[in-house]
Design a protein around this ligand. Structure first.
Ligand code: FEO
Length: 410
C-alpha cells in the first residue's frame, strides 16, 4: 500500500486490479491499474480517483503521505466509472475546497452523480491553476476517448498526467516503463490503442501535432492505467504517431470460425498462400482467440481475411460478434476478402463481404466459397486467394513485419 514518488512531491496513489478479466468486451487477461496522482504543495491536489471497490487502496496510500482530509483540490480528468466510481465517497471523505473538471466533465459528472452541492469549477484548455511552487496547465482532449477527457500538465516537472491516453491494461508490481519487460509493455500498449483509441485516430494525430506545436517539454507521462512512462516516453509517443496513422506492415490477419473444420482447412490454405508471397501471417480461430486480441493483431496488418461457414443462412455468431466489434473500431487502409465452407445456402461469405465493404476496406476478391469439405483442388484455390492477397500487400510497398509481426509492438 505504498505510494510511489513520480516526481518530487508528486506521488502515484492508485490501485492495482489483479483480478479483472473483462473490461466491457476487452480481455484484460493480465488485470489493470487505476492510477491516481497526489501533488503535495501549498495546495494538495488529487488527480482522479479509482473504480468503486478500490477506495481503501487509494486512501491507505494517501494516508502514508497525508491525512486525506488535507487534500484541497480534486482534479477529475475523466468521468468513466473506472476512474470516478469512488468519486462520491472520496468527496464525502475529503470534502475538497474545489473540484476541477472540463466543461464536458461537468456535464458528465452531473449525469453520472446528480450532485447538488459539489464545489465544481470548470477549466478549459489553456487555463492554469497555481498550487504554490507549481502551476498546473489544463488541456481538453475531447473524445480521447470520452467528451470529458482532459490532460493535466506540470511544465516545471515536465510531467503530463494523460488520463486514458498512453495507458495500458497490465497489473504489475512495477510502476514505471523502465522496470518491466519492454516487449510485453509495447504489446499491452498496442492492445490498448487498438481496442480503445483506434476509432479516434484522426484526433490522436491532431493532438500529437498540437502538443508538438505547443512545444510542451515532457519527460514523464503518467496515464490512468498501467505503468508510468519515464524511461522512454518518446517510445510511446512514436508508437501513437504510427498507430494514429494506422501505419501497416507486410502482414495479414486471417481470422475465422469453423463448424466441422472445413473453413479451418480453407483458412490454413489461405495462410499458406500469403506465406508463399513472403507476407507475415497471423492465423486466429475465434473459438480460441478473444476478439480484442484479434483486433490487436489487425492494428498494423495490411490485410484482413475473414472466414466463416454458413449457419442458419448467416455467419457463425462469433464472427458476427468480431465483425461488429471491428467495424466500431474503424480500422482504415486495409485490404480484405472473405471465404468459407457451406452446405446448401452459403450466404455467410457474401454477408461478410458486405460488412467489409461497409467498413470501407478495399475488397481484393469478392469471396471464395466451397461446398462442404474442401478437397485438394479447393484448397489450391484457397492458397491462390492467399497468394493474390499477398501480391496486393507486396504491391503496397510496405516494410516487412519482422519481429513486430509477433505482437504488433512498436
Ligand atoms: Fe480508463 Fe475511459 O476509462
Amino acid at each position: 500500500m505504498k505510494p510511489i514518488e513520480v516526481k518530487k512531491d508528486i506521488y502515484w496513489v492508485g490501485a492495482v486490479d489483479w483480478d479483472i478479466r473483462d473490461f466491457h468486451g476487452y480481455s484484460t487477461y493480465k488485470g489493470t491499474t487505476y492510477n491516481c496522482y497526489l501533488a503535495l504543495d501549498e495546495k494538495v491536489v488529487l488527480f482522479d480517483t479509482v473504480k468503486k471497490g478500490f477506495l481503501s487502496d487509494l486512501t491507505h496510500r494517501i494516508h502514508n503521505l497525508i491525512e486525506p482530509q488535507k487534500i484541497d483540490y480534486l482534479v477529475v480528468n475523466h468521468l468513466e466509472m473506472d476512474h470516478s466510481g469512488s468519486l462520491p465517497e472520496v468527496i464525502e471523505l475529503i470534502k475538497p475546497e474545489k473540484i476541477f473538471t472540463s466543461p464536458m466533465g461537468q456535464k458528465a459528472m452531473m449525469a453520472h452523480f446528480h450532485y447538488k452541492d459539489w464545489p465544481v469549477e470548470v477549466v478549459k484548455s489553456g487555463d492554469t491553476l497555481n498550487i504554490g511552487r507549481r502551476t498546473i496547465h489544463f488541456l481538453e482532449t475531447r473524445m480521447l476517448h470520452w467528451p470529458d477527457s482532459m490532460f493535466s500538465y506540470f511544465p516545471d516537472d515536465k510531467l503530463l498526467i494523460s488520463s486514458d491516453a498512453f495507458g495500458l491494461h497490465w497489473a504489475t508490481s512495477e510502476r514505471f516503463d523502465d522496470q518491466v519487460d519492454p516487449s510485453e509493455l509495447m504489446h499491452h500498449a498496442a492492445k490498448y490503442y487498438a481496442n480503445i483509441l483506434l476509432p479516434y485516430s484522426p484526433l490522436v494525430a491532431k493532438l500529437l501535432a498540437q502538443v508538438k506545436e505547443m512545444g510542451l517539454a515532457i519527460d514523464t507521462i503518467a496515464p490512468d492505467h498501467g505503468v508510468i512512462w519515464r524511461g522512454d516516453p518518446g517510445r510511446i509517443i512514436a508508437a501513437y504517431d504510427r498507430w494514429s496513422r494506422q501505419e501497416a506492415v507486410a502482414k495479414a490477419l486471417v481470422v475465422y470460425d469453423t463448424m466441422w473444420h472445413s473453413t479451418e482447412l480453407m483458412a490454413k490454405a489461405v495462410a499458406d498462400g500469403l506465406q508463399d508471397e513472403g507476407v507475415c501471417v497471423k492465423l486466429m480461430n475465434l473459438a480460441t482467440t478473444h476478439r480484442s486480441d484479434a483486433i490487436t493483431e489487425l492494428l498494423d496488418a495490411k490485410a484482413l481475411l475473414v472466414g466463416s461457414p454458413t449457419l442458419n443462412n448467416g455467419m457463425l455468431p462469433r464472427m458476427a460478434d468480431f465483425l461488429t466489434y471491428a467495424k466500431g473500431l474503424k480500422p482504415t487502409g486495409k485490404l480484405a476478402a472473405a471465404f468459407g465452407s457451406y452446405g446448401w445456402s452459403g450466404e455467410a461469405v457474401k454477408q461478410i463481404t458486405e460488412v467489409l465493404k461497409e467498413m470501407k476496406l478495399e475488397i481484393v476478391d469478392e469471396g471464395l466459397r466451397h461446398n462442404y469439405v474442401p478437397d485438394h483442388e479447393a484448397l489450391h484455390k484457397c492458397r491462390e486467394l492467399g497468394q493474390k492477397m499477398g501480391q496486393a500487400i507486396k504491391a503496397a510497398g510496405l516494410a516487412p513485419a519482422g519481429v513486430r509481426c509477433h505482437c504488433s509492438q512498436g
